[in-house]
Design a protein around this ligand. Structure first.
Ligand SMILES: Cc1ncc(COP(=O)(O)O)c(C=O)c1O
Length: 366
């Protein structure tokens, strides 16, 4: 006779974040959640601190300053922007708005975990399309679409793999969908891939098609993960539907102020993107030199398979944690042999590789 959640809620596995603690280390080296290793813009930090005098005030429910700043910077219609507590909130409200009980979403086999949680919480089912060698397979996605499909999700670049799709593939995916299905393009790592030939962030599709929603975040390359600021660009009717049900004050004043300042600080964004472009290959090569298979990443992390004779990927994650280094074992993403490692600072990558070398060599000797 106790209160019962509606059917399905207790079947949802809650989101597992990248580990943040290593026992015995006050400040572990955290390479487990794809945060910006350079921190954030100084201007954003100053704006955040300046907002400390306004803690007693509710946020602006319309997120007007950030709305205007994003619209101006990316030449977008401000009325078609939607804001949320991270892009996570946008996935949740898209699922609430478009899924009825028994409807489904289609996502790739290796998909960001928050989409399925959002879908199931809204009463939806999740259909996962097999990937071709850890890359989204458009044909497999399209073949899963049925009369109850309402949303199709992909991230480009993808998490947890880091792989990405050429824009012609996304066009093919879109062209294969009936117009009543909303294609959600999650661009959490889009800034990292901006310079890659054949990559498009999808804003033009959101602008010109009736059924494309593009999500972006300040959590990754802008370095503001703690402030939870995500946004989306959508056709006007989609933006209106989402805005009706979003939590009115989910973007806090201090967060909005910091995001406006971060957006104006192109130098920091470019530094962050250049750092990833320079250090990601170095990290990938060093992992490969230790015997790992690495996936070609366009994001700020490298996903690596460790078919070590003695140690499992879980063992390696645990032994790194014993040395104060946190990486992400991809067990919860059904990639149990794989680790995902965020691109750190140069010295952090060296520390990781030094520790890994030692761990693998000691295991080989034992
Ligand atoms: C593909 C992808 N989408 C969205 C998010 C969540 O972003 P936010 O912090 O804006 O909720 C992440 C975070 O790891 C991600 O990897």
């Amino acid at each position: 006779m106790s209160p019962q959640p509606k059917p399905g809620i207790l079947d949802i596995a809650s989101y597992t974040p990248g580990k943040a603690k290593a026992p015995g280390f006050a400040a572990p080296l955290k390479l487990s959640a794809n945060e910006n290793c350079l921190g954030c813009s100084e201007a954003a930090r100053a704006a955040y601190l300046a907002a400390a005098s306004e803690l007693h005030l509710y946020p602006d429910a319309n997120t007007s300053r950030l709305r205007a700043a994003i619209a101006e910077k990316f030449a977008l219609d401000p009325q078609r922007l939607v804001f949320g507590a991270g892009s996570d909130e946008i996935f949740a409200i898209a699922a609430q708005a478009y899924l009825s009980e028994g409807d489904n979403i289609v996502q790739p086999q290796y998909a960001f975990a928050a989409w399925a949680i959002a879908a199931r919480a809204a009463g939806g089912l999740v259909k996962s399309a097999p990937e071709a060698d850890y890359t989204v397979d458009v044909d497999a996605m399209l073949s899963l679409v049925d009369e109850r499909t309402r949303l199709v999700f992909i991230a480009n670049p993808a998490n947890p793999t880091g792989t990405w799709l050429h824009f012609t593939e996304i066009e093919r995916l879109h062209a294969g969908l009936p117009p009543h299905i909303l294609l959600v393009l999650d661009g959490a790592y889009a800034e990292c891939a901006a310079g890659v030939a054949g990559f498009l962030d999808g804003m033009d599709w959101a602008e010109n098609k009736n059924n494309v929603l593009v999500t972006r975040t300040f959590s990754k390359m802008y370095g503001l993960a703690s402030l939870r600021i995500g946004w989306a660009y959508a056709p006007r009717p989609v933006a209106e539907a989402l805005s009706r049900i979003r939590l009115p004050f989910s973007v806090p004043r201090a967060g909005e102020a910091a995001a406006v300042a971060a957006l104006a600080d192109d130098a920091f964004l470019q530094l962050s993107v250049a750092h990833v472009a320079e250090q990601r290959p170095r990290l990938a090569q060093a992992l490969a030199a230790l015997g790992a298979r690495t996936l070609p990443s366009a994001a700020n992390f490298v996903t690596a398979q460790f078919p070590h004779a003695v140690l499992t990927a879980a063992d390696i994650e645990a032994r790194l944690a014993q040395r104060g280094i946190l990486v992400r074992h991809l067990k919860t993403y059904a990639m149990p042999d794989w680790l995902r490692v965020s691109v750190g600072r140069e010295a952090e990558i060296d520390a990781l590789i030094g520790a890994l070398t030692d761990i693998l060599e000691s295991a080989d000797r034992a």
